[in-house]
Design a protein around this ligand. Structure first.
Ligand SMILES: Nc1nc2c(c(=O)[nH]1)N[C@H]1C(S)=C(S)[C@@H](COP(=O)(O)OP(=O)(O)OC[C@H]3O[C@@H](n4cnc5c(=O)[nH]c(N)nc54)[C@H](O)[C@@H]3O)O[C@H]1N2
Ligand SMILES: Nc1nc2c(c(=O)[nH]1)N[C@H]1C(S)=C(S)[C@@H](COP(=O)(O)OP(=O)(O)OC[C@H]3O[C@@H](n4cnc5c(=O)[nH]c(N)nc54)[C@H](O)[C@@H]3O)O[C@H]1N2
Ligand SMILES: [Mo]
Length: 713
């Protein structure tokens, strides 16, 4: 662990929160330790294991069991005659994929997914290979995650990333946290919030659930905290809006800011367009509707507004509680409007801070993993590598599932992740994957996506981030970009889990050599020494000039964010305030309850480490649903009883069964449960407008008593 997030160590494969000081004692958190330990497990999955377990028998196990089997050690091919995975050598595996890809009548019939652990070097080569092959079908985990943040911010400020750095956290007078659970998902962020709270910064939380980690925090690196059991109060103000109520909250705050003339008039005049339209829309919003939609009283919203007005520098942070709704783009644009109204960008201690999930999800996007690349990016890529990249936008995650379902796509290739479990509408997605001619998973651990496969299927085991990466010219390091646009090196420190593992860049290179015999890209040469990949990145991607030298400075380097200089390269060249009405013409599905699907403390996305959710007081089970006591009473249920959940959608109901009711401090009419057990409830076409993100935090459901009965307590 001493080597994680250190100058000569590897980047923590947990979350994308930045590292404080690369020269200080090492930074770790409980959940980072779990992520590293999961990769470093001594357990190995060999050919004997696959010989002993048919795919059908593995499919009957839960995700916890699959994960617990250990690291994958050699390439495997699905054998339909025996329903077992059997060994295949690497050459034959690449030849099989190449033959299938080349047999397609159009490159657009292949889909290439990326999860967010993939390094910059691997991601850059991967997208290059895919575009040389001839498609932009590059769905990624961002499509399920922060897509809406990018869509919203690019339109408004010309850049889809957050503008703040850790130094801004030291200078903010107020930090607002919307729809995020950092105690579990970004534990190192709590260190920043704790320091801010200690110096008197206001920390204002909006979350339907009372998340313990946001209320108080015992710092694992503070001897006083640890020895005396003391804690720091984190949130100075905790508001519990209804699920999906944030747009109303923000409109309410904006209304008060405008009415009290607490605007940065000079900033608005010099930098912004769209002020009048936003004023008019905000003005027309009615307080009764704002209170009804937000679930907060006018007085509560006024309290929050006053804190915002009193603060000379404010940061807004947000996570999945904001992005996974139908109106997430509108909500994020309202967040940004509110920041712009008081000039809270491009000054110390202020700005937007979308808190990314996977450790390199932001870097993968920077490297061109995107189904809708800009023409400028494609021009530069084509010039550097001497080819004509495809211009037609590709499939995002939901469109990719629809394409596999209809037969429009027949080859599915995944660079990491667990597509079958992370995506919505589990049974529809499974049927879509099963229709494919070939599914390929580049993975470190066994997961659901190996068991929900196409007619032919391959498992390609790869190096994890903590392992040595030996190539022709010596040991290699990769680079990653964190949530605050810091780019730094990451080098493994341990022997690989098996001698047969390939690095992700090598897998891409060999795939390209097998598939594209006429490619003029020097694939072998590029992977012999990753400095050569970085030289190419420096020539194609803005901000990476002198990449190899700068990334070797301690702590790496910061990618420029024009918003920090108050430059807004939007279409108009100015920052855009964009009006969104409180309510729109769409009628959302009527159902008694709105369900959000969240992470427990003991999981990393689809990887389940354990069955406890310590901060929420749940032990030993994951099929739970959190509910308000009055809703329990109204339904005539008791805590501990089992229910089935049915989501209500225009094409019919989807159901999951056997969920134990847990009484919780959550608004009435709202429910919470864990992902991925509840993904079956999310309809494929229930997505965020303009972003396409599945509405995993806003599922219309009803409950019925389960045949499973009561769980003994
Ligand atoms: N240990 C660990 N770390 C992780 C991950 C992990 O699974 N485990 N996953 C990584 C990834 S990929 C990501 S994207 C991040 C996710 O990190 P988070 O964004 O924290 O993700 P969730 O657990 O989905 O929690 C969402 C929070 O939003 C709240 N919420 C839900 N709906 C609403 C709403 O309508 N309004 C408001 N205001 N709040 C709402 C929920 O109560 C919950 O507290 O974490 C990353 N880090
Ligand atoms: N209902 C609901 N659904 C959701 C969400 C939600 O909140 N609710 N959240 C969404 C979000 S924010 C995200 S980001 C997605 C996550 O979706 P994914 O990124 O697709 O899923 P993960 O569970 O993170 O992927 C885990 C697998 O990655 C592989 N792996 C781990 N490390 C490496 C590596 O270094 N290289 C390679 N090649 N493979 C590796 C392992 O085999 C492991 O089993 O899920 C989304 N789905
Ligand atoms: Mo994510």
């Amino acid at each position: 662990m001493l080597q994680t997030n250190q100058d000569r160590g590897f980047d923590c494969p947990g979350c994308a929160w930045p590292d404080r000081n690369p020269n200080s004692t090492f930074e770790f958190c409980e959940n980072g330790v779990k992520a590293v330990a999961a990769e470093a497990t001594a357990k190995r999955l060999t050919r004997d294991f696959f010989a002993a377990h048919s795919v059908a028998s593995m499919a009957a196990q839960d995700d916890f069991w699959l994960e617990a089997q250990g690291r994958l050690t050699e390439p495997m091919r699905y054998d339909s005659a025996s329903d077992h995975y059997i060994p295949i050598n690497w050459d034959d595996a690449f030849a099989l994929i190449a033959q299938q890809l080349r047999a397609l009548d159009s490159p657009d019939r292949a889909v290439f997914y990326t999860s967010g652990r993939t390094s910059n070097e691997a991601a850059f080569l991967y997208q290059l290979f895919i575009r040389e092959f001839g498609t932009n079908n590059l769905p990624d985990c961002s499509n399920l995650c922060h897509e809406a943040s990018g869509v919203a911010l690019i339109e408004q400020i010309g850049n889809g990333k957050g503008s703040v750095t850790l130094e801004d956290f030291e200078q903010a007078e107020a930090i607002f946290v919307f729809g995020q659970n950092p105690g579990t998902n970004h534990p190192r962020m709590l260190g920043e919030l704790r320091a801010a709270a200690k110096r008197g910064c206001r920390i204002v939380v909006f979350n339907p659930l009372r998340e313990r980690g946001l209320e108080r925090f015992v710092h694992p690196q503070s001897p006083a905290d640890m020895l005396l059991g003391t804690h720091t109060k984190i949130a100075t103000h905790y508001f519990q809006p209804r699920i999906g109520g944030d747009l109303a909250v923000l409109i309410g705050i904006a209304k008060i800011v405008i009415e009290r003339a607490a605007l940065d008039d000079a900033f608005i005049a010099q930098y912004c367009d769209g002020f009048d339209a936003v004023c008019a829309t905000v003005h027309s919003a009615d307080w009764r509707e704002i209170q009804c939609d937000s679930g907060l009283t006018q007085a509560e919203i006024a309290d929050a507004a006053q804190i915002y007005i009193d603060s000379k520098a404010t940061i807004f942070c947000w996570g999945m509680g904001i992005t996974q709704h139908r109106r997430s783009v509108a909500t994020i644009q309202m967040l940004m409007n509110l920041l712009l109204l008081r000039g809270n960008i491009g000054k110390p201690g202020a700005g937007p801070c979308p808190v990314r999930g996977h450790s390199n999800v932001q870097g993968d996007r920077t490297m061109g993993i995107c189904e809708k690349p800009t023409p400028t990016f494609l021009d530069r890529l084509g010039t550097e590598f001497g080819f004509d990249p495809p211009r037609q936008p590709g499939f995002d995650v939901v469109a990719a599932i629809e394409a596999m379902e209809s037969g429009a796509a027949g080859v599915f290739f995944a660079m990491g992740g667990n597509f079958a479990a992370a995506t919505p509408d589990t049974s529809r997605t499974a049927a879509a994957l099963r229709r494919c001619d070939l599914t390929v998973q580049v993975s470190t651990k066994l997961n659901r996506s190996h068991l929900v496969h196409g007619r032919e299927a391959l498992i390609m085991p790869c190096l994890g981030r903590s392992e040595f990466d030996e190539q022709a010219e010596g040991r290699q390091a990769v680079t990653v970009e964190d949530s605050m646009s810091m780019v730094h090196l990451s080098a493994g420190i341990r022997a690989p889990a098996s001698g047969q593992l390939l690095s992700e860049p090598m897998i891409v290179a060999r795939l390209a050599l097998a598939t594209l015999p006429t490619s003029t890209t020097p694939w072998r040469d590029l992977v012999a020494n990753y400095d050569r990949i970085r030289e190419r990145i420096a020539r194609v991607i803005p901000g990476f000039i002198d990449f190899n030298a700068r990334v070797r400075h301690p702590g790496g380097f910061h990618l420029p964010h024009p918003g920090r200089e108050r430059q807004f390269p939007s279409v108009s060249g100015r920052a855009l305030l964009i009006a969104h009405p409180l309510r729109d013409a769409v009628t959302d599905s009527a159902a008694p309850f709105r369900l959000m699907t969240v992470r427990s403390h003991d999981q990393y996305n689809t990887t389940v480490y354990g069955l406890d959710d310590r901060y929420r007081g749940v032990r030993g089970l994951r099929r739970v649903v959190f509910i308000h006591r009055d809703d329990l009473a109204l339904l005539g249920f008791a805590a501990g009883e089992c229910v089935d959940l049915h989501s209500c959608w225009h094409d019919g109901e989807r159901s999951v069964s056997g969920f134990t009711l847990v009484e919780y401090d959550i608004p009435r009419g709202n429910l919470a449960s864990y992902f991925p057990e509840t993904n079956a409830l999310v309809p494929l076409d229930s997505v965020a407008e303009r972003a396409g993100t599945p509405t995993s935090k806003s599922i219309a459901v009803r409950l019925t008593r389960s045949a499973a009965g009561t769980r003994p307590s």
